[in-house]
Design a protein around this ligand. Structure first.
Ligand code: GLC
Length: 424
């Protein structure tokens, strides 16, 4: 069975492969997405190392001069997506969006180099990526943490990768909708509208894009100018983890300066992470930087924090919390707590389970020695695939597949989860 699923996942990645980049899925997402690409590369590495490296290289070929790596690269013209390059207007030769996404590259590239069989080629390619990834991390701390708190803010919900999370609701309510140019959504013609963000949310997404565009996408201005500044524990955990993995990578490649700077970033950020801890929920929470308050919203962002090297005692409490969620949901890990009224089991990031987040949470908890819950998360992930195919996300109670189908990063995570069993 495992072998069969791995074969299917490989075929899916091949089908979504556009030569030098992979689309998340045909139709709904016809370009290259930042963290989709990086996580998909982990899947490619199992059967085509060269192609895995190319995926990440293509992404970094489109890095901005200031260090930012955009969340979408519009390699080809496609009318089927909104908002396209004509809305972003970032003025790039290969058009890109103007915001970023969770920086998983430091983590992934270290893992890829450790596993690669073509050692010489892998070392050469990791060495070339190292300063670029580091420049992206520097950009984060410079442009998204201007006060030097150790934690970075996202300035658009799309940056989090958890587009319509309940975490953003209150802050997003302060984003105006006046002056938003008329638009036609395309996502709802590819996927069930009940599984997608609402029209009201879309207006606010676009208001922010127009605001940043009016400032010429100048990242020295955007953070302070944005009415939406959210410090997400999951996002920061990914950044912290990538910094410490980049430090290891830099040491291995003989780049002590990058190693030292990356270690500093990681240490400062880890220490600051504790300011997001909630005793009430037994997990981390977001901070709304604009009003300097924690957001009382028990989402998966605060569980994903275990991806960073948080203190063992904290990881234990998060593991317990996930086990509790496992009594409410049949399939871990729901993206929002099923016991609160905002939970919506089929709407994107307001309840459904996502395999990529499961993967990162399982990785963090494995390091913390929480084997029982790791095994449950992995088993649930595989069951979701067996029952419902390679969907974008799943209802965590019924396993119903939601959003788009034939999803690249879901396939990559399946290979990651199953390969160890097959080869064990
Ligand atoms: C949605 C998801 C985001 C992902 C993108 C492409 O916007 O919320 O995390 O990167 O789709 O799959």
């Amino acid at each position: 069975m495992s072998k069969h699923l791995i074969d299917q996942a490989m075929q899916l990645l091949r089908a979504n492969d556009r030569g030098t980049y992979t689309v998340p899925t045909y139709g709904l997402y016809p370009f290259q997405w930042n963290w989709d690409s990086v996580l998909s590369a982990l899947g490619f590495l199992h059967f085509d190392e060269d192609r895995a490296w190319t995926e990440i290289e293509t992404l970094f070929d489109n890095q901005w001069e200031d260090g930012m790596v955009p969340h979408i690269i519009f390699h080809e013209h496609d009318e089927g997506y909104f908002p396209g390059p004509d809305v972003w207007r970032t003025g790039r030769k290969v058009p890109t969006s103007g915001i970023t996404q969770p920086p998983v590259a430091g983590f992934a590239v270290r893992r890829m180099l450790e596993r690669a069989e073509q050692r010489e080629d892998a070392t050469r390619r990791a060495r070339a990526l190292l300063p670029k990834i580091h420049a992206w991390h520097e950009w984060f701390f410079r442009c998204r943490d201007p006060q030097g708190t150790g934690l970075v803010a996202i300035i658009h919900p799309w940056e989090s990768g958890r587009d319509n999370s309940v975490d953003w609701d209150a802050a997003f309510g302060r984003v105006p909708t006046d002056g938003v140019e008329a638009f036609t959504r395309r996502d709802t013609s590819h996927a069930n509208p009940d599984h997608r963000p609402t029209d009201e949310q879309y207006k606010r997404y676009i208001w922010l894009v127009q605001k940043f565009r009016s400032l010429g996408w100048d990242n020295s201005k955007l953070h302070d100018a944005s009415p939406f500044q959210l410090v997400d524990p999951g996002f920061n955990a990914i950044l912290t983890r990538s910094c410490s993995d980049l430090a290891e990578l830099a040491d291995a490649l003989g780049e002590p300066e990058i190693a030292a700077q990356s270690r500093n970033f990681a240490e400062k950020s880890l220490a600051a992470m504790d300011t997001l801890w909630s005793e009430k929920w037994g997990q981390y929470l977001c901070r709304d930087r604009a009003i300097d308050e924690l957001v009382d919203s028990p989402s998966i962002g605060g569980l994903l924090a275990v991806f960073a090297e948080i203190p063992a005692a904290r990881a234990k409490v998060v593991a317990k919390r996930i086990a509790k969620l496992g009594e409410l949901a049949n399939f871990l890990v729901p993206s929002h707590d099923p016991s609160v009224p905002e939970y919506d089991g089929m709407r994107y990031w307001r309840g459904p389970a996502w395999l990529i987040v499961n993967y990162m949470i399982a990785d963090g908890l494995a390091r913390a020695g929480e084997t029982a819950i790791v095994n449950r998360i992995k088993a649930d992930s595989v069951k979701l695939i067996e029952e419902s195919g390679f969907a974008e996300y799943y209802d965590p109670i019924t396993a119903e597949p939601c959003g788009g189908g034939q999803f690249s990063w879901t396939a990559a995570m399946v290979i990651e989860f199953l390969d160890e069993r097959v080869t064990a």
